[in-house]
Design a protein around this ligand. Structure first.
Ligand code: HEM
Ligand code: HEM
Length: 196
């Protein structure tokens, strides 16, 4: 299999980045909902679950950066057979997924009230304690932490709880529809398996 994308399929680099980001999304959701549903406030487990969410969040930020950079650098495979409307819908959904991949980590990091203990290895300061915060939010925008944080929190939490779920659900359903109903190469070309 090729390292780079070809006209027929995604290469090993794009494929690895896609699945690493997908698994990190799973980790982000498992950690935050484990915290909400199975831990009591102010316990060690509650804190560990939050820290896992933050650590996965910082990690996904790095891989999303790599993914977008790679997307700009390499060709995309040609569209699988389908109507104009289907191609448009697929493109639109993929761009929305890219938008979510940019907005979610940024709103998460900018709005968080605690430092990230990155998988227990080292500490990453919260945005509020950085020079960039002082420069942009205090000096240029001239707004308080509450005014800055409230809309970010709204987008991160409400978006994460509803919109992102829905988008990923539609995305996965479309991949399964292509694989099992259309029986085309859509899913196969994103997996390290032979094409039909
Ligand atoms: C793609 C990346 C991310 C996704 C998909 C994501 C998703 C979510 C979701 C679904 C929630 C729970 C919303 C709710 O129902 O209340 C949440 C909460 C939160 N996220 Fe993220 N997040 C991401 C990245 C980050 C990052 C990078 C940080 C900070 C470094 C962060 C910090 C937080 C915090 C502090 C909360 C509130 C915790 C809680 O309510 O228990 N997130 N995030
Ligand atoms: C079980 C979960 C998932 C499955 C089965 C899946 C499947 C696929 C497949 C088959 C493609 C190729 C579509 C094509 O050939 O045009 C694709 C592309 C894509 N996926 Fe996923 N995906 C999953 C999770 C995710 C997640 C969590 C994200 C991000 C939040 C994501 C973002 C994308 C994006 C942006 C593309 C377009 C790639 C490009 O052309 O640049 N996927 N996915």
């Amino acid at each position: 299999m090729d390292l780079k994308n070809t006209k027929e399929r995604f290469g090993i680099i794009a494929m690895s980045l896609h699945w690493i980001v997908a698994f990190l999304f799973l980790g982000l959701y498992l950690s935050v909902y484990f915290r909400h549903w199975f831990t009591e406030p102010k316990t060690d487990l509650n804190w560990t679950a939050l820290q896992l969410h933050l650590s996965f969040g910082i990690t996904v930020m790095v891989f999303i950066g790599l993914r977008i950079a790679y997307k700009l650098f390499d060709q995309s495979p040609e569209e699988v057979p389908g109507s104009k409307l289907e191609h448009l819908a697929a493109k639109g959904a993929h761009y929305m997924l890219y938008a979510v991949m940019i907005v979610m980590p940024i709103t998460g990091y900018f709005g968080t009230g605690v430092n990230t203990e990155f998988f227990g290895l080292f500490e990453i300061p919260k945005f509020k304690h950085t020079e960039a915060y002082n420069f942009i939010v205090v000096n240029i925008l001239g707004i308080s932490w509450e005014e800055f944080e409230t809309p970010l929190d709204f987008v991160h939490k409400k978006g994460g709880a509803y919109f992102v779920w829905l988008l990923i659900g539609v995305h996965v359903a479309a991949a399964l529809f292509h694989h099992f109903h259309r029986k085309d190469n859509t899913l196969r070309r994103m997996l390290p398996v032979k094409l039909k």
